[in-house]
Design a protein around this ligand. Sequence first.
Ligand SMILES: [Zn+2]
Length: 126
Amino acid sequence: MTKTMTFQAALSNGKTTLPDGTTVQVRRGDTRQGRVYVSAVAEFNVLEDLTNRLRRPHKAWRPMVLAALEQIGIMPTRMYWSQYAGCSCPCSPGFRLDCTETEYYAFWIHLNNAPTVDETKSGREL
Ligand SMILES: [Zn+2]
C-alpha cells in the first residue's frame, strides 16, 4: 500500500498519478468553495464536449472521486454535484466541496475505466 499523500505534496507535484492510474491536478481556484472537475475521456471529443456535459454519470464517479481525494489527504465533510460548478451556464459541471482545507482550490481528476455518460439522461439535440 502506498502511503496517503498529503494535500501539500499533491499541490507541489502539480499533477499526481495515483496507484490506479487516476490523475489529480490541483490549482488555486477562483471560488472560495473548492471544486472538483472530472474527466473520464482522455482525448477531446465533440460529442463529450457538446452533448454529454449534461449527462455526466456523477453518481458513479462520486465514490471514485472521494477515494482519489482521500489518497491526497482530503476528506470533505460534504461533496455534491453541481451542473454550474464552474460557470453560470451549464458548461462546467463538477463537484462542490464543503471542506476548509480546499477553499480557493480546484481539482481536475481524470478517472481511468470510469463511465463517461449517464445514458438515463437525455442530452442536447445535435
Ligand atoms: Zn459556461
